[in-house]
Ligand binder design. Structure first.
Ligand code: PEP
Ligand code: MG
Length: 853
């Protein structure tokens, strides 16, 4: 006797049937929705995941009973219905039920050509997908009786039995083969690659055929109402007379346009009434399914059927426009519009992108370090980049790795590519800040500067001046000029960002070093500057010379004199930043890098420097050598330099205070935030604080003006995190520098990790590059300890993160849970961070599955 569960093998899809996406799959659920809104969907039956799984195990449903739902002499199709349509499934099979008798009957009703074509199509699909016979034997096209006979004969020969004539058996075999295909290893691996769980279920839908071949107007097509690339309202699709399935898409040359089109005939002209109905269906779908759908339709002897509808495939920019349009029209709530957009996708809107529909000739592959794409001529040095900019030519700067000396070249380059480096290497950090596309760690290319050639992995030799496209979004360089899409900072983007800002419950600031960065930060709605790396201000040509003089000064007094020349420059930098930020907080980090970064390393550079300083070459060489360190990232930098050479911090603090007085005159009083880098002990903070406090007092007295400021500490050494309790006693805020903190926690050089990170991630040593995605377990534990100890010592202390992780959704989730006040990231990541934070605040940690259609 059959158990009760076995009896529920299939469910007819009616408005009230118990169909769910979790049990029957997205297609079955969507078809029910279409039926509920009265679209003319042919009779359809759904098989649940459980039923299909049983079929795979050999427990077959009663296909005779199933076919009885479709009346006498049924013709049906079977389509997959996985939980998420993106997970794919076996190919659909149409025209099940075709046999000799049905063929004869159709010859009378639909004409011989249509009957032959339908039968042939079914024999071919059954032979290849169900009986698994050699596809080469069943490739014949046409609609003659001879081709049908030949296909039947080939089947009988290969399968060693005649083509099955019983529709119930045909359906049984189709269901069995589809169920088994889904459970096979290949399908399992494929769907896992698309993010599906290994055990994801497959449902199947059996639908009455609407033939699309035969008398009067018969055919099939697809229609959608928005452009999948831009999101603009536009009807696209094709219709092909005497066709089935997606023939109209695969045979576009013969197909009709839908709307009137100068390029050829259109369905709108041929069948205006049907076309008008299709348009209404689109509108009904949009309103009731709350989504832009692509509709698959068939016209059968002048009668319109809707076979299926799927969510329109869309680019990031199109997704944003669609979500905003639906919210503006009141079809979905703004919260849902926010939840529908993948935060990472937003960064695609901020930059030019390689058009995904164009051809790509990949010549180099590396780490996608800064998104966007640019076309330009190859240059192999900063001087060449500047010369190229002077000629008004876009260039792609390629270096083995970049150093601070390359900043000027990077500023003018359209894109940057380096052989070495990882997500937080110099090139990556600067490029992200500038919003310039960047690919780093391209270990399969070789740059030979002396011969002026770049050798790609396939042995191709490129020279300076050759045109390439750099795709920083995908970490690739492409040969020649690729087809591009411009940025999409349009009304839809701004609307979405406005809603995100309103929903956010954690601050989002920008890491901004220059006025241009600050302007970008403002444009993207940052809540302030969370990190201004002041050393970047010293690489301008006139300042670099003064820096050199400072480094070569004979003693503190001399040094002080040279620094006095830098003071007005720094002051004007800060005034500009304060003005641009218009009262929003600005956190200025005191000088951080080791001094040798400002000195040339090449003989030629050292000679030039000796000339400029009018010093003997040997003096300069000695000084450069004296400043070199075995491990500069762990050497005399940050607060260590600030304590050893205090005149630098003195000058910077004075510049900040004088700028504060100046900028406050024009508007609201400004309260600057001053941050001390690379702290590892409380005493370091005490020493710097004492000097800064006394400088503030001196400036107040000299100027006769009072002002406030806040002094904080950058927590980027493991010891600072562990001793955050002591440190917090002297700090108004703690900002976690997760780049250095990751480097020091792992003992992993942020500049060299790119060499092996790929293979580490591939082999599962690290789940992700920890410089890219915050290691919440190890580095995260230090953040939690630091936050907790800091807060305990000083309740109300402001906590933030300012490493490159600040713009990443997972890191933001971590910071929110740990009660941080804000995250700070490069200006171009502010919108991404903002949207991620808004989604977290709205509780949309799991975005709704719009893939359900
Ligand atoms: C950090 O270390 O996380 C940081 C923000 O500082 P930088 O990248 O300048 O070392
Ligand atoms: Mg740091």
């Amino acid at each position: 006797m059959r158990k009760l569960t076995d009896i529920v093998d299939f469910t007819e899809i009616t408005p009230d049937a118990a169909i769910t996406a979790d049990r029957h799959g997205g297609r079955a659920k969507c078809l029910q929705r279409l039926i509920r809104i009265d679209l003319p969907v042919p009779h359809t039956v759904a098989l649940s995941f459980e039923a299909v799984h049983r079929i795979a195990l050999g427990q077959m449903p009663d296909t005779e009973a199933l076919l009885a739902v479709f009346g006498a002499a049924p013709l049906v199709s079977v389509r997959p219905s996985s939980q998420d349509p993106d997970w794919g499934g076996p190919a659909s099979i149409l025209n099940i039920g075709m046999n000799d008798a049905r063929h004869r009957a159709l010859c009378d009703t639909h004409g011989e050509a249509a009957a032959n074509a339908l039968y042939l199509r079914f024999i071919q699909a059954y032979a290849v997908h169900v009986a698994r016979l050699d596809p080469d034997l069943f490739e014949a096209e046409g609609s003659s009786a001879e081709t049908v006979r030949a296909a039947l004969a080939a089947y009988a020969e290969e399968a060693e039995e005649p083509f099955p004539q019983d529709p119930a058996r045909q359906l049984l075999e189709v269901l069995r083969s589809m169920a088994r295909a889904w459970e096979g290893t290949t399908a399992r691996l494929l769907r896992q690659a698309k993010g599906a769980p290994a055990e994801a279920g497959l449902g199947l839908v059996v639908q009455q055929m609407a033939l699309g071949l035969g008398p009067e107007e018969s055919g099939s097509g697809v229609i959608q109402f928005v452009d999948g690339t831009t999101g603009q309202r536009r009807i696209t699709g094709r219709y092909l007379g005497q066709s089935q399935g997606r023939d109209a898409v695969s045979r576009q040359k013969q197909a009709l346009f839908l709307t009137r089109d100068p390029r050829g005939p259109a369905l709108e002209d041929r069948c205006p009434d049907l076309f008008a109905r299709l348009k209404r269906f689109g509108e009904t779908c949009r309103i009731n399914l709350r989504e832009e759908m692509q509709i698959e339709f068939t016209i059968e002897a002048g009668r319109l059927w809707v076979l299926d509808a799927v969510r329109v495939q869309r680019s990031a920019r199109s997704a944003v426009r669609i979500a905003v349009m639906l919210a503006d029209e009141g079809i979905i709530a703004r919260e849902e519009a926010l939840a529908r957009i993948e935060p990472r996708a937003v960064s695609e809107l901020l930059h030019s992108q390689v058009d995904p529909t164009g051809r790509r000739h990949v010549i180099a592959q590396g780490i996608a370090a800064s998104p966007g794409a640019a076309v330009g001529r190859l240059v192999f040095g900063s001087a060449a980049a500047q010369a190229s900019a002077a000629r008004g030519e876009a260039c792609i700067l390629v270096r083995r790795e970049t150093t601070p000396e390359d900043i000027r070249g990077m500023h003018v380059a359209a894109g940057v590519m380096t052989e070495r480096g990882g997500m937080t290497s110099h090139a990556a950090v600067i490029a992200r800040g500038l919003g310039v596309p960047c690919v780093v760690g391209v270990s399969d290319m070789r740059l030979n500067r002396r011969d002026g050639v770049l050798i790609t992995s396939d042995g191709r030799k490129l020279h300076e001046g050759d045109i390439v496209t750099l795709d920083g979004t995908n970490g690739q360089a492409l040969l020649g000029e690729a087809k591009m899409l411009p940025p999409a900072l349009d009304d839809a983007f701004h609307a979405l960002m406005g809603w995100a800002e309103a929903a956010c419950d954690i601050g989002v600031r920008a890491n901004a070093d220059t006025p241009a960065d600050a302007e970008t930060a403002r444009r993207f709605g940052a809540d302030g500057i969370g990190l201004c790396r002041t050393e970047h201000m010293f690489f301008e040509h006139d300042r670099l010379t003064v820096m050199h003089e400072m480094i070569f000064a004979a003693g503190p007094e001399d040094r002080g004199t040279v620094l006095e020349r830098l003071l007005p420059m720094q002051r004007s930098d800060f005034i500009r930043l304060f003005e641009i930020m218009q009262g929003l907080p600005v956190c200025i980090r005191l000088f951080d890098p080791p001094l040798h970064e400002f000195l040339p390393q090449s003989r030629e550079g050292i000679r030039e420097l000796a000339d400029a300083l009018d010093l003997p070459l040997s003096d300069v060489t000695r000084r450069v050598q004296a400043l070199s360190e075995f491990n500069p990232m762990l050497g005399m930098r940050g607060v260590r330099l600030g304590i050893a050479v205090p005149e630098i911090y003195d000058m910077q603090a004075r510049a900040i205070f004088e700028a504060t007085i100046e900028a406050s005159r024009k508007g609201q009083p400004i309260v600057p935030e001053i941050m001390i880098p690379l702290v590892s002990a409380m005493r370091e903070v005490e020493l710097v604080k004492t000097r800064i406090d006394s400088l503030a007092a001196a400036v107040r007295t000299e100027r006769g003006v009072d002002f406030a400021f806040r002094l904080g500490v950058m927590v980027e050494t493991p010891r600072a995190a562990l001793r955050a309790g002591d440190i917090a006693q002297h700090a108004a805020f703690l900002s976690f520098g997760t780049n250095d903190l990751t480097q020091m926690t792992y003992g992993l050089s942020r500049d060299d990790a790119g060499r092996f990170m790929g293979s580490y991630v591939k082999q599962g040593v690290f789940a992700e590059d920890p410089f890219h995605v915050l290691d919440t377990e190890g580095v995260g534990e230090l953040l939690s300890i630091g936050a907790e100890r800091g807060r305990k010592a000083r309740p109300g202390i402001v906590l933030s993160i300012c490493g490159e992780h600040g713009g990443n959704a997972d890191s933001i989730a971590f910071c929110r849970t740990a009660g941080f006040d804000y995250v700070s990231c490069s200006p171009f990541r502010v919108p991404v961070a903002r949207l991620a934070a808004a989604q977290l605040a709205l509780g949309a940690t799991r975005r709704p599955k719009h893939g359900r259609y």
